[in-house]
Design a protein around this ligand. Sequence first.
Ligand SMILES: Cc1ncc(COP(=O)(O)O)c(C=O)c1O
Length: 383
Amino acid sequence: MLKSQKHLFHLDPDVHYLNNAYRGPQLKSSEEAGIASIIQQRNPFQLKPTDFFDGVDSVRKLFGKLVNCESSDVAIIPSTSYGFSSVLKNIKPKIGGKAIVVQDEFPSGYFSIARWAKENQTYVETISPDPASISKGESWNSALLEAIDAKTSVVLISSIHWMSGLKFDLEAIGAKCRQMGAVFIVDGTQSVGAMPIDVKACQIDALICATYKWLLGPYSLSIAFIGEKFHQGIPLEESWMNRVNARDFGRLSEYASDYSPGAARYNVGEAANFVLMPMLQASLKQILDWTPTAIQEYASSLNRPFLDFISHIGGKTEPAPFLAQHLFAPLLPKSINSADLKKELEANQIYVSTRGEYLRVSINVFNVAEDVSALMHVIEQQL
Ligand SMILES: Cc1ncc(COP(=O)(O)O)c(C=O)c1O
């Protein structure tokens, strides 16, 4: 099993950072790649035409490996909202149809689908779990599957819920979408990198990910798998870099009418992003080396005592099949005052997030058992 990888990060050794779901810390290798690239920019005469494309090509290939798609199906985008708008712009609504989201979907996804629905006279159906059921995951997944019908134009959900880490059954949802002729869009921001995903097995049409969390990338750089359904679509903008003749700098004004093949037409302008791209490249290489499966195993080894502790003190967590190992949100016993707890956690340099009624804990390979025991200790004191 993977051992702690803390030595590969510059994280402050005095803190217990259980908040990768907020922002992943920078890998040393990623930081070095970014600094080297800044220095390289001192001398623009060294910049070759191929440099505008090589970094992007490499990152597309690495991400393709991670999610099981061709590199030509990958697009470089600046944010998830950009990715959602890029694909939604190319979805034709069914007449009298509906779009599906889940309750408390992340706002970038929710607002994107709400706008598309308004512009396309489509109703948005929000699916919630049964509040009375013991396993929210089971009731939420079955409600979702039931809701996807012949009227559904599009389903937009996160791979795991960003507030609680609850897992959605992407394979079953993707199969139902395919059966009903609905487009399946997934926000992978809170799981891709830390949990395995296969866009083919899940029949996902577009997988949109911010990189600054579980992909350990820099802020302002996101990435997407954009499948065949969109390969003839119209992008949000017209960058010279996305045309078939872009690599031939002498012929750029022989305006090529064809876009580069696959998802490349959706690359944001100036996708080369000379400083951020090498940082993401270094992170993706490292994640592929660790593997998402091993990251789940490592997170599981750290969270086990914590989950036992939560049930021992009368708290609740989602049952196993719907529980992500790297991000979860226990419901604490009512006797704990969440404002007091938050204050005490901060005083002890323990970083977690509060999202709605949840205490969101997230674990990655830089965490160690002491981070989790420090958290348990503070919770115990609040009982
Ligand atoms: C599920 C999810 N999607 C997307 C984002 C970031 O969105 P954007 O790239 O639009 O800023 C976050 C950030 O917390 C998130 O949790």
